[in-house]
Design a protein around this ligand. Structure first.
Ligand code: SAM
Length: 182
C-alpha cells in the first residue's frame, strides 16, 4: 500500500497542535486506512470514529489503537452510500477524495454534507497532483473551491508540511458549514 506512511498526516499533526482552542467534538475520519489520523485526534481529546470499506483496515486500526492505549471507534462502512448512524462535528479528509473514481465526486460532496452537522467543520488534506490515471486521482485548488464553496465558508487554506514524497503537493482546506444549509 504505497499510501501507508506509518504516521499521521503531518499537516493534521501541525494543525491540531496549532489550534488547542478547537471544541473537542465528534470527528469522522472516512477512508481511515490503518488509523494514524484517528489516533492523532484521539490523543488530542476528540471523540473520533474511523470508517473504512476494508475489513483489514478496520482490524489494523483497532489493534493500533489498543496498542497505543487510546480510545476510538472504528466502523466498516461505505462513506459514499451509507446512511449516517450519527452526525459529526468534524469530518477529516486525507487521501480518500483522490482514491475514489472522479465520476463519484458529486457523491463524495453529498456524503460530506450527510455525515456532518449543518454548522460542522470539514477539514481536508487534498492531493494536488495532475494524475488522471489513478488512484490516486489528482484534484486542484480550483476544483475544491468550486465543489465546497456552495456549502461551506472557507476559513483558511494553505500548503502544509507533508511526507517527503508529497512535499508541496498537498493543500489543506479548513471549511465551516453554512448553518441552515440543506
Ligand atoms: C489511499 S487510502 C488512504 C488511507 C488513509 N486516509 C491514509 O492516508 O493513510 C484510501 C482508503 O479509503 C478506503 N476507502 C475507499 N473508498 C471508500 C469508501 N467509499 N468508504 C470508506 N472507505 C473507503 C480504502 O479502503 C483505503 O483504506
Amino acid at each position: 500500500m504505497p499510501w501507508e506512511k506509518g504516521e499521521a498526516s503531518p499537516g493534521l499533526v501541525d494543525f491540531l497542535a496549532a489550534h488547542p482552542e478547537l471544541p473537542r467534538g465528534t470527528v469522522l475520519v472516512p477512508g481511515c486506512g490503518t488509523g494514524h489520523d484517528v489516533l492523532v485526534f484521539a490523543s488530542h481529546g476528540f471523540t473520533v470514529t474511523g470508517m473504512d470499506l476494508a475489513p483489514s483496515a478496520v482490524k489494523l486500526s483497532k489493534e493500533k489503537t489498543a496498542a497505543a492505549g487510546l480510545k476510538a471507534d472504528f466502523t466498516l462502512g461505505n462513506f459514499l452510500v451509507d446512511e449516517p448512524f450519527q452526525s459529526f462535528d468534524y469530518v477529516f479528509e486525507h487521501t480518500l477524495f483522490c482514491a475514489i473514481d472522479p465520476p463519484m465526486r458529486d457523491d463524495y460532496v453529498k456524503a460530506v454534507l450527510r455525515w456532518l452537522k449543518p454548522a460542522g467543520t470539514y477539514l481536508a488534506v487534498n492531493y494536488l497532483i495532475p494524475d488522471t490515471d489513478g488512484p490516486p486521482f489528482g484534484t486542484t485548488r480550483d476544483e475544491q473551491i468550486q465543489r465546497f464553496t456552495p456549502h461551506f465558508h472557507l476559513q483558511e487554506d494553505w500548503v502544509p508540511r507533508s511526507y517527503p514524497n508529497r512535499t508541496g503537493l498537498e493543500c489543506m482546506f479548513w471549511w465551516k458549514g453554512k448553518a441552515g444549509r440543506r
